[in-house]
Design a protein around this ligand. Sequence first.
Ligand code: NAD
Length: 491
Amino acid sequence: MLDNNLSGPVIKGLYIDGQWQAAPSQFDDINPSDGKIWAHIPDAGAVETKRAILAAHRAFPAWSSLRFQERARVMLKIADIWDKRAQDFVNAAQHEGGGSYGKGMFEAGHVSETFRAAAGLCYGSIGEILPSQHGKFSTALRVPTGVVGVISPWNVPGILTSRGFAFAMAIGNTIVLKPSEETPYAGGLFFAEVLDEAGVPNGVFNVITASRGRTPEVGDELIDNPFVKGISFTGSTPVGRRIAAKCGAHLKKCCIELGGKDSLIVLDDADMERATSAASFGAFFHQGQICMSVEKVLVHEKIYEEFLQKFVARAGKIKTGNTAEKSNVNGPLINAKQVARVKSQLDDAVQKGAKIVLGGGINGLFVDPTILTNVTSDMDIWRDETFGPVAVVASFRNDAEAIILNNDTEYGLSCGIISRNEQRALDMSEHLETGMCHINCSSINDETHAPFGGSKASGIGRHGGKWAMETFSETRWITMDRGGRQYPPAF
Ligand code: NAD
């Protein structure tokens, strides 16, 4: 048990094999709104990670052979307890993650839905019956792989952690979770408290927390350890590339969800209210720190001026400040590194001729909602992920050009198209190089049973519903001969 006189929760320790365990040291968990230490978090290394993996490995046979309805009941119980503790989560997401109250409430609701969808997956198909040229009973069977290592980010700690493990666990895998060092409680130890209360059998779910300094040691163990059969990673593209390469070297399955540079494409027949609200929500929700944030708004030249004026007016009303105050929607960025990234992109753009038409102010970790025009493709902000409350607005002449502008990035996560002509928008969606596309909506969309994931440098693999079944299971071909197959007579 760690000594904790801070404003955050009592931290019970690492969660390994159903027990709260100490780590050799601890690190500070900072509230980005006020810079104060919110909690002290156990700083684990390879030794503790190995212990957690071994516990998960030992728990696998019993958990994977439990009747599917019983696993479903456990998932439903987790959902109920999560709902009961939703306000604790919201509080953590506000103070540890710098998210607004509304964002916390939205996440909390989505997480319990994720556990319920995962329970539903237990009742789904686990394979197919195939025809056989020998008249055999031939099946393609989906089986859980074993221990799955889950590495989650800080920006949406509830949804992205639960999505990373709930489906995998529901179908019989056991889990070792490493949350981000920026949200080790909301994205990690809080889940341990909930699953512990739900009576999840010992070893089925384990949480290891680590500082940024010790993360590579923990990450390496999680991937290199032969008992770990699959990795679920959500985070940045540079780290994701390294994780995928390591998994590849070990021939391990991995689902890698990475960054984005998403566009909202506003066609000349768009409903203006719909377009400006989708742009404002898409660009500024959670300070633009969403992988699917709208970072480029591409507007048909015929309506460009009208759109820009209304978008600036709408975004100019967003309130910035400490998210402990419910009316503050634009909170702090998570850390100084993120602020430096945003500032360097803004400086580069302005120096090369971009114009700031709204915002641009930076005060500590707080960045005002910012809108840029006159952006050209030689500016970093055109192609690289910003991950801050900054939107670029650019015009296009025709649909073909909008497609080229959307695809002009290594990323390919999500996008939105706003048009009154559904057929025109559907035709356009076919040419956009993204894993997801939402017509008459912002690029930010997530439903627990839908296939979530990106193309190009935005990742490989899909989360959600039955697609998570494909991601976290292995297909085995099992046949049973009924006397139909004749061997060559020489044998
Ligand atoms: P990050 O890559 O820095 O960290 C993500 C996780 O990886 C954290 O838990 C971190 O501790 C861990 N990590 C870092 N180095 C590691 C290593 N060497 N070995 C193992 N683990 C390691 O990303 P972040 O800053 O936490 O999150 C923001 C990024 O995530 C953005 O680029 C965003 O677009 C992306 N993201 C993608 C999705 C998606 O679904 N596609 C969702 C949310 C965020």
